[in-house]
Design a protein around this ligand. Structure first.
Ligand code: PHE
Length: 446
C-alpha cells in the first residue's frame, strides 16, 4: 500500500464511498415504489444485521492483510490459497458499476445546467426533457460521461491521501451543508409531516419477496460492500485505528443520509401533491417540476440539490475504481498512471455501451434477453456479484480464517460480546439469508 489514510480521512472516504446516488437517487425511489414505512423498516434491519456484519468482515480482512483484495484472500487463507484468491476478483464489479454510474452522474451534471438555464414547467416538458436525454441525446450524454470519467481519473491518479482523502475532505462537508439547508427548508413545508408518516408508518401491503430482495440489494449497494471497496480502504488504515467503531459510524452516517434525503424528497413531492412512486425518474422528472413551481427559490434549491448529488456521486465513483487499481499496482506491477488509464478506459467504454443501449438508434442491438446493457450492468452487480462478494467475505471470516486471529483483532477495540454477536451473524445469518434471497431472485427456488 503506497500511502495510508489518516483516521478521519478513512472515515470520510468510507462515508464518501457509501453516501452516493444510492442514498439520494435510488433510496427514495425504491422506498416510493415499495410503499414507504414497511420497506424502510426492512431496509434498516438489513443494514443492522447483514450490512454492518459484512462491512466489518471486509474491513477486518483488509486491515489484517494490508493489501489488495486478491492478495488479501490468498495470504489469509490457511489452505487452498490458489482458489481463495479468486474471491478477490470481486473488485471487477467496481468497473461494471462505475460504467453505468458515470452515465447517471453525467445526467446529474446536465441537470445542474438545466437548473441554471430553465427548469421544465409542465409535466410533459419534464418528461420529454428526461426521456429525450436518455433515448436520443447521445452526444450530451457522452460529453458529460467523459467529464465525469476524467474527473474520476484525475482524482485517483493522485493516490489515496492526496487524491481520494483530499476530495472527500472537501466534498463531504459541502454535501452535508447543502443537505442540512434542504432539510431545514423542508421543515417549513406542509409536506414534511406527510413525508414523515409515509416513511415511518409501515404499510405492509406492498411487501413481498421482491421487496425483501430490493431492501437487501439496496443495503449492499449503499454501504459499498461486496465490491472490495471497504476491504481496500481498510487496508490503508493506520495500524491502531479502531476499525469497529469507524465501520459502525460509517453505516450510521450512510443510513442517516439516506433517511434525510428521503425526508427532503418526499416533503417536496407531497407538498406539490405529486406521487411517491415515480421510479428512477423521480429525481429527474418530478423534482425539477416542483422546483420550477417555486420560482427563484426553487431554482437555487434545484442547483444546490443537483450539486449535492454530483458531489456524493463522485466520492463514490472513485471508491469503485480504487480496489481494482490496487490489484493492478500491487500484483501486476503497473504504475498508478498506467493502472488508472487502463481501468479508466475500460469503464469509459463500458459507459458508452451502457448509454447507447438506452438510445432509440442503437438500443435494439445492445439488448439481450429483454434487458439492455445498462440494466444488465445494474442487475448483474446488485443482484449477483455484490451479494456473492458479501457471502464470500462472510464465509471466509466465519469458516476459513482462524477464529483466534479475528478475535484478537476485535478485542483490541471492542468487547467479547460484540465479537461473538458479529461472529454468529457472519457464520449463520449472513450466508443463509443472502443465499435464500438470491436463489429466489434468480428463480431457482420454486
Ligand atoms: N455506495 C454507493 C452509493 O450509494 C455506491 C457504491 C457501490 C460505491 C459499490 C462503491 C462500491 O451510491
Amino acid at each position: 500500500m503506497t500511502s495510508k489514510f489518516s483516521r478521519i480521512g478513512f472515515i470520510l472516504a468510507a462515508a464518501g464511498s457509501a453516501v452516493g446516488l444510492g442514498n439520494i437517487w435510488k433510496f427514495p425511489y425504491v422506498t416510493g415504489e415499495y410503499g414507504g414505512g414497511a420497506f424502510v423498516l426492512i431496509y434498516l434491519l438489513a443494514i443492522a444485521f447483514i450490512g454492518i456484519s459484512v462491512f466489518l468482515a471486509e474491513s477486518v480482512i483488509g486491515k489484517i492483510s494490508e493489501s489488495n483484495a486478491v492478495t488479501a484472500f490468498e495470504e489469509l487463507a490457511p489452505k487452498n490459497k490458489g482458489l481463495w484468491k479468486y474471491a478477490g476478483f470481486m473488485v471487477l464489479s467496481g468497473l461494471i458499476i462505475l460504467s453505468f454510474y458515470s452515465v447517471v452522474l453525467g445526467w446529474i451534471v446536465n441537470y445542474i445546467f438545466i437548473s441554471i438555464n430553465s427548469l421544465p414547467t409542465d409535466v410533459k416538458t419534464a418528461e420529454t426533457t428526461f426521456t429525450t436525454l436518455i433515448t436520443q441525446d447521445i452526444q450530451t450524454q457522452i460529453i458529460f460521461h467523459t467529464l465525469i470519467a476524467l474527473s474520476v481519473v484525475l482524482i485517483v491518479l493522485q493516490g489515496i491521501k492526496k487524491g481520494i482523502e483530499k476530495a472527500n475532505i472537501i466534498l463531504m462537508p459541502l454535501l452535508a451543508i447543502i443537505l442540512a439547508l434542504l432539510l431545514f427548508y423542508s421543515f417549513s413545508l406542509d409536506g414534511f409531516s406527510k413525508a414523515i408518516s409515509f416513511m415511518f408508518v409501515p404499510d405492509w401491503s406492498k411487501i413481498d419477496e421482491h421487496a425483501l430482495l430490493a431492501a437487501l440489494g439496496q443495503a449492499f449497494f449503499t454501504l459499498s460492500i461486496g465490491v472490495g471497496t471497504i476491504l481496500t480502504y481498510s487496508s490503508a488504515l493506520p495500524k491502531n485505528a479502531n476499525f469497529v467503531k469507524s465501520s459502525v459510524l460509517v453505516a450510521i452516517v450512510d443510513t442517516s443520509i439516506a433517511l434525510i434525503a428521503g425526508i427532503i424528497i418526499f416533503s417536496f413531492l407531497f407538498e406539490a401533491g405529486a406521487q411517491s412512486s415515480g421510479g428512477p425518474g423521480l429525481v429527474f422528472i418530478s423534482l425539477p417540476l416542483i422546483f420550477a413551481d417555486w420560482g427563484m427559490v426553487g431554482q437555487v434549491i434545484a442547483i444546490l440539490f443537483f450539486i449535492a448529488l454530483a458531489f456524493a456521486g463522485i466520492t463514490s465513483a472513485v471508491s469503485m475504481i480504487e480496489p481494482i487499481l490496487m490489484y493492478f499496482i500491487e500484483r501486476l506491477k503497473f504504475s498508478r498512471v498506467k493502472a488508472t488509464i487502463t481501468c479508466g478506459l475500460i469503464f469509459y467504454i463500458g459507459g458508452i455501451i451502457a448509454l447507447l443501449s438506452m438510445s432509440t438508434s442503437y438500443g435494439e442491438d445492445l439488448t439481450f434477453f429483454g434487458k439492455n446493457m445498462f440494466d444488465w450492468m445494474d442487475f448483474i452487480t446488485s443482484s449477483i456479484t455484490l451479494p456473492l462478494g458479501g457471502i464470500l467475505c462472510a464465509i471466509f471470516v466465519g469458516y476459513v480464517m482462524k477464529k483466534d486471529t479475528l478475535e484478537a483483532h476485535f478485542l483490541k477495540f471492542t468487547t467479547k460480546g460484540v465479537f461473538n454477536a458479529w461472529y454468529f451473524l457472519v457464520k449463520y445469518v449472513v450466508p443463509l439469508s443472502i443465499s435464500i434471497l438470491m436463489l429466489n431472485k434468480l428463480g431457482l427456488l420454486g
